[in-house]
Design a binder for this molecule. Sequence first.
Ligand SMILES: CC(C)(COP(=O)(O)OP(=O)(O)OC[C@H]1O[C@@H](n2cnc3c(N)ncnc32)[C@H](O)[C@@H]1OP(=O)(O)O)[C@@H](O)C(=O)NCCC(=O)NCCS
Length: 331
Amino acid sequence: VFEGRIVSEAKRLNRRVCVPEAQYDIRALEAAVRVSRDGWLRPVLTGDADKMRALAAEAGIRLNGLEICEPEKSADLSRFAGEYAELRREKEKPSIEESTELMRQPAFFAAMLVRHRMVDGMCSGIHFSTADVVRPCLRIVGLKPGSKTVFALCPIMVESCALGKDMAFFAADCGIVAQPTSDQLAEFAISSAEVVGGLMGESPRVAMLSFSTHGSASHPEVDKVRQAVEKVRQARPEVDIDGELQFDAALVEAVGRKKAPGSMVAGRANLLIFPNLDAANMTSKAMQCFTGGKVTATMILGLNGRINDHTRGATVEEFAMNLALTAVREP
Ligand SMILES: CC(C)(COP(=O)(O)OP(=O)(O)OC[C@H]1O[C@@H](n2cnc3c(N)ncnc32)[C@H](O)[C@@H]1OP(=O)(O)O)[C@@H](O)C(=O)NCCC(=O)NCCS
């Protein structure tokens, strides 16, 4: 249901999304061919066209009609290199030659295209690690006005489990900040709620997760979550949020009623904010192992553009769906 909505919305918007891994991995190429053929969106393959054609030929795929943007041949290469040198003048202080070398790399060039709104977004991570996806974007795309922290929001789809069928919910931070502060947790909740509201077509119900529910345990880690809840309530009183809540109190109705009576969120949360990256990462992996849940797309939030990441183990279908998600989500 969720995926169907994303695809229809992507078709309606007809956006251009950069794919900077098409010269490295046949899955990225194949997904780009599919989304273009099926009219989901317009992919922009960034990189070396000869390498892409060689990969495509090996797999018997035709690239006819796909837009390819080659950094090496682009009229923007020297302008982007100069701009990068200026952007990083205080930090690595790259020379023009070093900046040009970086701009030749598809991921850095693609980040410049996003920075200048020459494309609507970028989806990558089937070949690059998360750090290699995020680092050029931190440096080039930069933070969205009002944001302080970049983090990862993931849709989690579960076809069938003890809680029901065809379930979709969201989790953060699944990929970037190892030990977030209470301020950062509050930022994750507020920014994620905005994006999730747009994607789900229903109001986000935010659970701030912990090993404690409403004071059942006391520990500085629990205090951190509770403080984050207070910060969100003060900054955005309209957001439905509750915490600290245990995982079952957040998602299982009977447990929610018992452990957090009167809560609008407990037992029916659709947005889960984890207290740290350990918890988020292990839970999402456990869901994939035990429920067949799918956690493939990763929306990088806090950046001034639509940037999505991907697990390197993804299939062509999953990458195609992530391209659609990149196209439709808010930056
Ligand atoms: C995201 C990540 C790559 C950033 O690494 P980094 O070494 O700090 O990168 P850089 O130094 O190039 O950062 C560029 C800038 O972004 C800033 N920055 C780093 N992380 C940031 C964040 N989460 N939010 C906002 N800004 C951040 C840096 O402070 C730096 O600022 P500066 O240019 O003013 O010095 C790193 O935090 C990381 O690897 N996280 C884990 C990713 C991962 O492996 N996930 C998989 C597990 S699920």
